[in-house]
Every structure is written in C-alpha cells, then in structure tokens.
Design a protein around this ligand. Structure first.
Ligand code: ADP
Ligand code: ASP
Ligand code: MG
Length: 443
C-alpha cells in the first residue's frame, strides 16, 4: 500500500477532482491525502484576519464568495440530486461553524487562535467530502479516514506516532472492503484534543507521517510540476527536474525554500526509509523525482533560496583565545527559542542568521553583554545542494565564482556533506539564482 498526497492545485476544480480520482483508482488500494482546493485555506485565513479585527462584514463577504464557489463546484462535480444535497449539507456544516464565530454587538467575545484553527480545518474537510461523494457516485467503495480521529501531536507540535499508528490501523481494519481510502492533509488535534494543524503546506507532512506509521511502500507527493527542479522555477527559466535525491539533499532543499516539499515531510520518511516520489498530476507519466537513501554521487543537484533572513554579527575583542564565548551566544538564542540557520566564525567574531525575528530586540540587547552587535536585515540564503563531500574538490569554488560581482555576506560549507550556503541581499536573489543555474547547470 502507498500514500498519495494531492495538493491544492491538483484538486483545484471539479475537473481536477475527477482527474485525481481516476489517477488514484488506477494505482490501486491506497491512502489518498488531500489538501484544500487551491485558494481555500488563504480565504479561511482572510476570514480569520477579519474576525481578529472584529470586522464581521469583511469576514462575511469572503465567506459568501466561498459559499458561492463551492455551490458551483458541487453542481459541476456531482450529478445526482441526492449526492448534491448530501454534499451541500456536509459543506453547510463548515459554513455554519464559521458563522458561529460571527456573533455581534455585546455578545462579541475576542476571536481566538483556537477558533482560527477550527476555521482553517474546513478546507480539507470540504475537499475530502467532495472527493468521497464523487467516488461513491462512480460506484467506488471509498472510505473516509477522518484525520481528526487519528492525527495527533504532542505539546511541542511533534506527531504522536504511536497514537496515530494505533488509531489509523483500527480505522483501516474497520473498512476491510474499501477500494480506496481518503483522508485530510494538514489538520490534526493537539495533545488537549483541540483542532489544530501541521502548519501551512503541512499536507505533505500528513502524508509522510501516515507512510511512516504504517510502514507503507512509498509516499507520493502529487503536485503541479514534474518533480523537484534544479532551481526555483518561479524565478529561473529553463530549470529541469532532478531524477533522484538523497533524503538529506531533499531535506536541505525543502528547508532552504524549495516550496514543492514541506520541510517537515522528509524526516518521517527518512527515519522509516520509505521512498518519497514527487509526481505531476498534470503529467502523470513524467518520471518525477525519487527521494531515497541513495543518490548519484559527485554532482550538484539543485539550488534553492530562503527569504526573510536576518544576519546578526557579534564581535568580541575578548574572543582571542577565549572559550565560552560561542556558548554564551548560542545560549542567548536558545533562551529566546530562536533557531539559527547559518553560522560563520572568526577569531574576533561570529555571525549567525535567523528567520524568526520575533525576539530579535531582546536577543540583540542580551548579546551586547558579550560584544559589539550589528544586524543586517532583508537577506536571503542561497543553498547549493548535492554530493558536496569535502573530497569532491572544486564545487565550492564554482558556486562562489558563479555569483561574480554579487556581494556575499557570508558562506557556510562543510556543516554537512550536502550543502553550500551563501548569504546575499534580497535584491540580488533572482540574479544570483540565475547565475548559479547558468554556471552549475549549463545547457
Ligand atoms: P501543492 O499545492 O501541490 O502542495 P506547492 O505550491 O506547495 O504545491 O508546491 C509546488 C510549487 O513549488 C511549484 O508549482 C513550484 O512553483 C514551486 N517550487 C519552488 N521551488 C521548486 C523546485 N525546486 N522544484 C519544483 N517546484 C518548485
Ligand atoms: N491547505 C493547507 C495550506 O494551504 C495545507 C496544504 O495545502 O498543504 O497551507
Ligand atoms: Mg505544498
């Protein structure tokens, strides 16, 4: 058995839902994880934003538009009066839940993060209800596996794998005659049993967790492109799919900005050694990308970029032969629960980068106890990924040389066998990505 995850674009219209149903059916008795239809989660976020601000008409307007959109989807997707009525009733429960938060006047209580999570969960609940209704109309014995009945996280947000395995196994056994299983990506319950989620884009994570706990044959991530490309196709022309990646390489690329894969998705697959295949719903025959624990040696595979980076430099006159300086620096970040992406050290100072600036002012304030602190905002990490084990001489020189006259704020190499990271200004990002492609992947 495999797990097949289809993203928002893949189920973005009634035609696409039908197409995904056919694709899934052709591949046998598997578990299908669905995202919300594209745009829906963004609309639900927008509704929540209005509710936080107490702007009920704003929220109402977005909800009305969503409702009209889904009325049309039901009309086009389903053919029988009974199936349409049933689907509208199921979807109507989502609208009722959201409207329940529209209380006005004196009765208006502040909108909470817990309520927002309930609202955000509706997109996946709706897309899966539509898929099951469609499959049943086609005469398929499709079983719904409600993610809210099995997907659970601990307080720290990590999935409770043992619980998920146990609940999911029971659910599967209850549907012994099912031809296809459908479940929601993204949504889960927290340790207190409240509706929660696995972060934006987290449906990939859902699929990976399911694949891992059930020790499935393969985790397939179906999206709108034919696999992991060797550079970000949103900024660089002529990118090409990478046939095979090591888990570590995929993890680096996902973490450093390759949107096709959610960064959390790689670990469960890697730990359970389950291959992940990235496939294109719009071109199902394309080979895509296979991610597993072996990959071709001696090559650079791909480039990614991570935006919104801040570099913090701490210069200490006393660092010369001093031990404990780095410890104090790292402890400061730890105390503020802020993780560090890149590090560069010298005898007189250290620069680190962060993507979370929530605690920046307090961190800088504290670091001033140990040295002179300066901050560079609006930076981007460029990440060159491949078999970059240090004996493979010359790759780092090519990566740096490719940037030519683009100023590089810092470089990190040798931390793993798979990556060279370079920090540049946000404004240089696109040109830097293009130059890297032109130099590292010549046509
Ligand atoms: P889904 O909704 O199916 O989860 P996403 O939008 O999250 O899809 O991810 C697919 C998109 O990722 C592609 O359309 C592409 O624009 C973007 N992307 C960014 N970097 C890469 C890359 N290196 N290879 C392929 N796609 C990438
Ligand atoms: N629907 C969610 C989102 O848009 C989860 C996902 O698509 O992976 O973020
Ligand atoms: Mg995605």
């Amino acid at each position: 058995m495999k797990v097949l995850k289809f993203g928002g674009t893949s189920v973005g219209s009634p035609q696409r839902i039908k197409h995904v149903a056919s694709l899934a059916l052709e591949r046998g008795r598997n578990i299908v994880v669905l995202s919300a239809m594209s745009g829906t989660t963004n609309s639900l976020v927008e509704i929540s934003d209005y509710l936080y601000k107490g702007n009920i008409p704003g929220a109402q307007e977005i909800l009305n538009a969503l409702e009209a959109k889904y009325d049309a989807v039901v009309e086009e997707l389903l053919t029988t009066v009974g199936a349409r009525a049933e689907a509208l009733k199921a979807i109507g429960r989502s609208w009722d839940l959201i409207r329940g938060f529209f209380a006005r006047g004196d009765r208006r209580a502040p909108f909470t993060a817990k309520q927002e999570k309930e609202i955000l969960a509706q997109g996946e609940l709706i897309s899966t209800a539509l898929m099951v209704a469609h499959l049943r109309e086609r005469g398929v014995r499709a079983a719904m596996l409600p993610a809210l009945s099995f997907m659970r996280t601990f307080d720290n947000g990590e999935p409770d794998m043992a619980y998920i395995r146990e609940k999911l196994s029971v659910l599967l056994a209850q549907h012994a005659d099912a031809e296809l299983f459908i479940t929601q990506g993204f949504i889960c319950r927290d340790s207190a049993g409240q509706v929660a989620n696995l972060q934006r884009g987290g449906s990939d994570y859902s699929a990976s967790i399911i694949g891992a706990v059930l020790d499935l044959e393969e985790i397939q991530i179906w999206t709108d492109i034919d696999g992991m490309h060797n550079n970000d196709p949103r900024f660089v022309e002529g990118t090409r799919p990478v046939g095979r990646l090591h888990f570590e390489e995929a993890a680096e690329l996902a973490y450093f900005g390759a949107k096709i894969l959610h960064p959390t998705c790689v670990l469960p697959a890697k730990l359970h050694n389950i291959p992940v295949r990235l496939l294109n719903t719009l071109d199902p025959q394309a080979p895509g990308t296979l991610i597993c624990n072996t990959a071709p040696d001696g090559t650079i595979k791909a480039i990614a970029a991570k935006d919104g980076i801040t570099a913090i430099k701490i210069k200490s006159g006393r660092m010369l032969l001093a031990y404990g300086f780095l410890h104090k620096v790292f402890e400061t970040f730890e105390n503020h629960r802020t993780s560090i992406d890149m590090i560069a050290t010298s005898e007189v100072g250290v620069t680190v980068t962060v993507d979370n600036v929530e605690r920046l002012a307090a961190i800088v304030d504290e670091l001033k106890n140990f040295g002179t602190v300066s901050v560079d905002h609006d930076m981007v990490i460029l990440c060159v990924v491949g078999d970059l084990e240090w004996h493979n001489a010359g790759f780092e020189a090519r990566a740096v040389a490719a940037l030519g006259d683009i100023p590089i704020r810092m470089i990190s190499y040798g931390g793993s066998n798979y990556n060279i990271s370079m920090l540049v200004r946000k404004d240089d990002k696109v040109e830097a990505l293009r130059r890297l492609s032109a130099n590292l992947f010549p046509v």
